[in-house]
Design a binder for this molecule. Structure first.
Ligand code: PEP
Ligand code: MN
Length: 341
């Protein structure tokens, strides 16, 4: 249920409404857009259906959200959300005019490897460092990640560069240790419908990047995000990372359609990962440019200084100099579509 306020509504009107909602045992989310303020009600709608919300001072209209996803739907806020990751002396903010670039290796492999790559992507202009410490691998016989040791190395790389770090959480039991070191949580494609994990990250203080499952529809992705917001964590960004189709030439099929569709359906920022989306190193840069042109709020690409030695996804990692060139090209496309990097 959303309450649209009149332009003349006062802070006192807003406080009165949110206090009433709390008395009814529900939560509210106030979104102050440029045009208007909207109060979204979080919780079972039947509890407010009979309440005379339209009679409250300052209220213009009251509308139920008819979509199956409520809190993530664009109407719930009526304005795009900004998701912030605090850094020393500032923040990295997703969902504004600047496009955020996340880069780093698929996996954290050693101190030398992660510090070296972190410095190189920072120099090229990346805003965040990625690196897996708990890796979701198709085969149990391949590298599974360094675990907590990898998290410590990520934190060292943040210290060395100032870049905030994002890393994947695969299991609810690992969340508390990951929270000690990471600035943002990644829920990977294989866990997009791990509902226990979604609820747990929904109770985390950290922002979350939710990746689209490889066989998930856009609606499935939005409903999974709904689980996280429903637990109180509104700091969520959605990641298109390619879906399985009949095409086997590429690793996955990067669904660029998802960008404008998500931008219309939800207020949450959208990030595109062309690395896993196409999986063919030579074609990653052009798909990153296409994603910027199509309206992505952020891009995530894997970079490795020695891809031939990489313990995972070496065949799809860009070299630091290739990443640097991509940054330059993305800047030009961003400018052409009214954004910046
Ligand atoms: C990753 O980002 O390294 C990863 C495993 O991604 P996905 O969950 O999209 O496969
Ligand atoms: Mn990877």
């Amino acid at each position: 249920m959303i309450i649209i306020l009149r332009p003349s509504a006062t802070e006192e009107n807003i406080r009165h409404i949110t206090e009433k909602i709390a008395e009814w045992g529900l939560k509210s989310e106030v979104s102050r857009g440029e045009q208007r303020t909207v109060i979204g009600i979080i919780g079972p709608e039947d509890r407010v259906r009979e309440k005379p919300l339209a009679a409250f001072p300052g209220v213009e209209s009251v509308t139920p959200v008819l979509k199956p996803y409520k809190l993530v739907s664009y109407e719930f806020r009526g304005t795009p959300s900004k998701v912030s990751v605090p850094v020393k002396n500032g923040k990295v903010e997703f969902g504004g005019k600047p496009i955020i670039v996340i880069s780093g290796p698929c996996s954290v492999e050693s101190r030398e490897q992660i510090i070296q790559i972190a410095k190189q992507v920072k120099k090229a202009g990346a805003h965040m460092l990625r690196g897996g410490a708990f890796k979701p691998r198709t085969s149990p016989y391949t590298f599974q990640g360094l675990g907590e040791e990898g998290l410590k190395l990520l934190a060292e790389a943040r210290e060395a560069t100032g870049l905030p770090v994002i890393t994947e959480v695969m299991d609810t039991k690992d969340l508390s240790v990951i929270e000690k070191y990471a600035d943002m949580l990644q829920v990977g494609a294989r866990n997009m419908q791990n509902f226990a994990l979604l609820k747990e990250v929904g109770r985390s203080r950290l922002p979350v990047m939710l990746k689209r499952g490889m066989s998930a529809t856009i609606k499935d992705l939005l409903l999974s995000a709904e689980y996280i917001l429903n637990e109180g964590n509104f700091n969520v960004i959605l990641c298109e990372r390619g879906i399985r189709t009949f095409e086997t030439y590429t690793r996955n099929t990067l669904d660029l359609n998802a960008i404008p569709v998500l931008k219309r359906e939800t207020h949450l920022p959208v990030v595109v990962d062309p690395t896993h989306g196409i999986g063919l190193k030579d074609h990653i840069p052009v798909m990153a440019l296409a994603a910027v042109a199509a309206g992505a709020d952020a891009i995530m690409v894997e970079t490795h200084h020695l891809p031939e030695n990489a313990l995972s996804d070496g065949e799809q990692a860009l070299l630091p100099e290739e990443f640097e060139l991509l940054m330059k090209r993305m800047r030009a496309v961003a400018e052409a579509v009214g954004r910046s990097i």
